[in-house]
Design a protein around this ligand. Structure first.
Ligand code: PLP
Length: 449
């Protein structure tokens, strides 16, 4: 018997697909946000994607503003990326040994993450997910300093390893409670969660625990509580204070890296300042775009720190799939294609969409602010610009679900949460942008209700 082709459009409805998935996958998903929990309704089950569009099992296409949560800067299934992946696959899916292409990708990262010809990426290690990259960066910070505590900011997401799920607790330097069941209190207590964009909180946590802090991890620009850029000079202050106390600064560019600028948010910031970047973190983490949609991520930084990693040093890290040749091929092809024209298109689309969405919301009297960091943007239903997680949570978030569903009905797939960034791609041409803009007035009306 041949099984029904579950990949073919029209083989089932989204609801049937979801029901069937829920009987075997917890919540019907393999990553929670996909379940549409915060917007309600039936998640769309996709069978293919091309350019600016994704197509669901019912055969309906949507303009995609999720873009695989960031990787697809060129749009989906760019022919040259697919060709590179197919060629790599035909040579073997993985060897569990080194390949020349891994070195090429690492060299390309080093040359892109540089300003004025100088790169803070002296060494790079490839892993498979952003979670692994940040987890390893933290282990390195502890290994390098011999210290135990980690500082993170409320509302910053760094993947799902135990120590990083610590949520906003009761404020400054408070030992946080577990943010997830299954995280031991001992592990959670090693993460100090402080308010974002709050220099006094940072100074205080270091004044109280500085001798015991291995590192500070921060999103180069927060984009997992909606987009929330650092206040001018805040990243620089993080690095300075960390260094004054002998701790490491870890800039998480899993989301921003290679998306907001060829050199990530660090590069964007450096170019914006007349003197070039004055903040140089000890470690960077990358994911998403670096793998062009395939499972690939990385951490990098100074040779002094990075060479503490096995096999040279005492900090262990390994991976069967690390540097997988098919994933490396996708990452290399994507980064090579992501030239200045691509970034200028991303910036232009983001500018137009954020302005048009804001205008549509204003026309319906919906109080909101546009949040952006480079070409990443989102909207907070607040009267004033949020500075931190508490501000973001105080917004009229209930307005997002009707807005989201109206857009979906009009054929535009937005992130299914008000706390996520909107991701544009270079495949969003003027025709696609016009279609999104046409859908906005009805969605804004729904948000106003
Ligand atoms: N760090 C940041 C800033 C992220 O946005 C994410 C994922 O969204 C991660 C880390 C975790 O990456 P992954 O989902 O590949 O494990």
């Amino acid at each position: 018997d041949s099984a029904p082709d579950t990949l073919a459009a029209g083989s089932a409805t989204n609801q049937q697909s979801f029901d069937r998935a829920r009987a075997i996958l917890p919540g019907g998903v393999n990553s929670p946000v996909r379940a549409f929990g915060s917007v309600g309704g039936t998640p769309r089950f996709y069978v293919k994607a091309s350019g600016a569009y994704v197509t669901d099992v019912e055969g309906r296409s949507y303009i995609d503003l999720v873009n695989s949560w960031g990787p697809a800067i060129l749009g989906h299934a760019h022919p040259e990326v697919i060709e590179a992946v197919q060629q790599a696959a035909s040579r073997g899916l993985g060897f569990g040994a080194s390949t020349p292409a891994e070195t090429e990708l690492a060299e390309l990262v080093r040359s892109r993450i540089s300003v004025g010809g100088v790169s803070p990426i002296e060494r790079l290690r490839l892993v498979s997910t952003g979670t692994e990259a940040t987890m390893t960066a933290i282990r390195l910070a502890r290994g390098a300093t011999g210290r135990r505590l980690l500082v993170k900011f409320a509302g910053h997401y760094h993947g799902h390893s135990d120590g990083l799920l610590a949520e906003a607790g009761s404020g400054l330097a408070t030992l946080s409670m577990p943010g997830s069941a299954g995280v031991t209190a001992e592990t959670a207590a090693q993460t100090l969660v402080i308010e974002y964009n709050n220099v006094a909180a940072l100074e205080q946590v270091f004044a109280e625990h500085g001798h015991d802090i291995a590192g500070v991890i921060f999103e180069a620009a927060a984009a997992n509580m909606g987009v929330l850029a650092p206040q001018p000079g805040f990243n620089e202050t993080i690095v300075r204070i960390a260094h004054e106390h002998g701790a490491l600064a870890i800039s998480d560019e899993v989301l921003t890296g290679f998306r907001v600028d060829p050199a990530g948010y660090w590069g964007l910031d450096a170019r914006a300042s007349a003197t070039g970047s004055r903040w140089v973190p000890d470690l960077f983490t990358f994911g998403k775009v670096i793998g062009g949609g395939m499972p690939l991520a990385a951490l990098g930084g100074s040779a002094r720190i990075m060479e503490l990693l096995a096999p040279l040093g005492p900090v262990y890290q390994a991976g069967t799939l690390s540097g997988n040749p098919v994933a490396v091929a996708a990452g290399l092809a994507t980064l090579r294609l992501a030239d200045d024209a691509v970034y200028s298109r991303l910036n232009q689309v983001a500018e137009t969409l954020s302005q048009e969405t804001s205008a549509a919301l204003s026309a319906e009297g919906v109080e909101h602010v546009v949040q952006h960091a480079g070409n990443l943007f989102s909207f907070a239903f607040s009267p004033t610009e949020p500075l931190n997680f508490a501000d973001v949570k105080a917004q009229q978030g209930y307005r997002y679900a009707p807005f989201f569903h109206s857009m979906l009905e009009s054929g535009v797939s937005l992130p299914p949460s008000v706390f996520e960034a909107w991701f544009v791609s270079a495949a969003h041409d003027d025709g696609v942008v016009s279609k999104i803009v046409e859908a906005l007035p009805a969605a804004a009306k729904a948000a106003a209700a």
